[in-house]
Design a protein around this ligand. Structure first.
Ligand SMILES: [Mn+2]
Length: 413
């Protein structure tokens, strides 16, 4: 494996009991190492900072932005923020631009009544006047890089009040309050700590509290591989939530079954996979926008094979609304020393604007590569085949450069 400065950093951070606070200024340059330059804050200071921020914005209306394909950690954490903010007379709306495609996420939202707005980008743009009713926005479980709405909000000059996240620090994060803990396994853990510190006292006789606690438990479990990767602070958060959550409701959410489309994508990933140096790589060809969540699910499955520590699954997703195609990929790893954020950034590099094609957190990462001019016209099946084969080859080449350094794996020309 390549020597990753960030994985060394993460190991270092793990030895430090106090989590790291990031600087509020954007880091210069492209290195994520900027994360070390911040001062270390205590939990009390963090709680106080959030309390003051909420106090300062009393009576405001805030927009909580989620990543385009929100997962249980993001959904539950946003809900917890909304309930906390409510105590300070701040009304929040939770919005996302993409699709809620994982069957468990759909079940979670339906069964708990989690308040959520879907704002496809086109609609959000035309709603620009509506953005005027908000005094600020909040990014939860993301830093704006995986959230199309953040660009629209930026154009509307809506101030970013808070960023609460656990993914690796992305460039240019600016907000009044930044709480990014790269060493914490789930944003749900961070939000539970805020609840526990008294920003909102949960009450098991309030149905909404019980449902939110259940959602947080689900978020925490799903970002820690069912608690198997959980650390002390996650267990402490889960212990606190256990007083309020509804285990039967959680069970119902977890029992939701996979759709046929997801099974088909998993089947294709199994058929197409190749294993090099304990890395499993699988291209799954074309899939519909609404089925794109099948990609991380296939990666989750492939990483369970013996002798595989890391799985990368990717495919071409066709977004009919916007008439564009993009490569969407997911990485899952059980290798402690592999940093998904660093790995993806190193494998695929940046676009012309200097933005990375993806990133990640502990054990998971994702990437999106727009296909631009080559998008569409797949009715011509020869062209569609050729296009897939070009992208498939190029992604494999880029990955194998890192997986088998020194080996000239694929000869071109
Ligand atoms: Mn998360």
């Amino acid at each position: 494996m390549h020597a990753s400065p960030l994985s060394t950093l993460d190991n270092l951070v793990e030895l430090t009991p106090a989590p790291i606070e990031v600087p509020t200024e954007p880091t210069n340059g492209r290195t994520s190492l900027g994360v070390t330059t911040g001062s270390i804050r205590t939990n009390e200071q963090r709680v106080e900072a959030l309390r003051q921020s909420l106090e300062r914005h009393r009576g405001d209306r805030q927009l909580i932005l989620l990543q385009d394909f929100p997962d249980p950690d993001a959904l539950s954490s946003a809900w917890a923020y909304k309930l906390i903010a409510d105590r300070f007379d701040i009304q929040c709306d939770i919005a996302y631009a993409g699709t809620l495609s994982h069957q468990e996420n759909i079940a979670l939202v339906r069964l708990t009544g989690l308040p959520l707005l879907r704002w496809p980008c086109q609609a959000a743009k035309s709603k620009e006047r509506d953005l005027g009713m908000y005094q600020g926005c909040v990014l939860i479980d993301n830093q704006g890089t995986t959230c199309q709405l953040s660009e629209i909000v930026r154009q509307a000059q809506l101030p970013v009040i808070a960023v609460i996240d656990h993914h690796s620090l992305q460039d240019g994060v600016q907000a009044e309050l930044i709480d990014i803990r790269v060493n914490t396994r789930a944003t749900a853990t961070i939000m539970t700590q805020y609840l526990q510190a008294g920003l909102l006292t949960l009450d098991s006789s309030v149905a909404e509290h019980v449902k939110c606690a259940t959602a947080l438990m689900h978020g925490l479990r799903s970002d820690t591989n069912r608690l198997m990767q959980a650390q002390e602070e996650d267990f402490l958060a889960a212990a606190y939530l256990s007083r309020f959550y509804d285990s039967q409701l959680l069970n119902t959410v977890l029992l939701s079954s996979r759709s046929k489309q997801v099974m088909d994508v998993i089947e294709r990933s199994l058929k197409n996979r190749s294993i090099h140096n304990n890395f499993c790589i699988a291209g799954v060809g074309y899939l519909r926008y609404d089925d794109r969540d099948a990609i991380p699910q296939a990666a989750d499955f492939l990483v369970t094979e013996e002798n595989v520590h890391t799985a990368v699954v990717y495919g071409i997703v066709h977004d009919e609304d916007h008439e564009v195609e993009l490569i969407v990929g997911s990485l899952r790893t059980t290798k402690i020393t592999l940093d998904p954020d660093e790995f993806i950034k190193e494998a695929f590099g940046q676009d012309m604007q200097g933005r990375f094609f993806g990133g990640g957190r502990s054990q998971a990462g994702g990437f999106e590569i727009p296909m631009g001019f080559l998008s569409g016209l797949n009715e011509n099946s020869e062209y569609a085949k050729l296009k897939w084969s070009v992208y498939d080859t190029q992604i494999k080449q880029k990955l194998l450069h890192l997986v088998n350094p020194g080996k000239n794996v694929i000869h071109t020309g």
